[in-house]
Ligand binder design. Sequence first.
Ligand code: MN3
Length: 255
Amino acid sequence: MEKRTFLKSTLFLGVAAASSAFLNACKSAAKSTTAAAPALPAPKMRRSKPFELPALAYAADALEPHFDKMTMEIHHGKHHQAYVNNLNDAVKETVYADYELEDILLRISTSDADKKIRNNGGGHWNHTFFWQTLAPNAGGAPSGDLAAAINASFGSYDKFKEQYTNAAKSVFGSGWAWLCIGKDKSLFISTTPNQDNPLMLQVVKQNGTPLLGLDVWEHAYYLKYQNKRPDYIAAFYNLINWNEVNNRYKKAMFG
Ligand code: MN3
């Protein structure tokens, strides 16, 4: 390299470094005025495909007699599909267009502009999670680390069940009941309206990682249970895939 060129490059790098230091200082100053804005990990970008309806891991009639075949077909094939379609439509030409779903949920706000993405992004995530929470020949009680954590937090599995059932009954209109693990690694039960979920940092009162979720929208149970939501909630306990829930717990606890 010629000496002249070298000097030029060094000078350029020096200016670039100084400008970048200046910009960072400005960014920090700007940050300090919006103290409430959470520090988020970088989003996973460049999702290459549109969101897709995941196939069920079991046949639509496999959860009989607790969840009936027709409800499962309509719930998965029509309702969930509609959330997927509307989400793909909603993210077009937005900053979220290539974001992975959880990175969208983490950032979504309560603004009117975000409403369609919030409702349909939540709808897609919640239902995907719900199908994976269920399994034929499942139910029973949790075991292992998760059982110990439930006992420590709620006293016993039966006491957890009672609190979770009451939470699910208490949702007015459409929404979800959750068992979550918080940032402090403690378990909590919460509910959300509509398709909101506990990953929506800027939307929910209690942010956490869902371990278990129950859809209490009428479309989830009306064909079989009509107005008897408590019967539907009772049936849900026969379908909980505790192995899956325990895996979620271990992942949240130990990475
Ligand atoms: Mn639903």
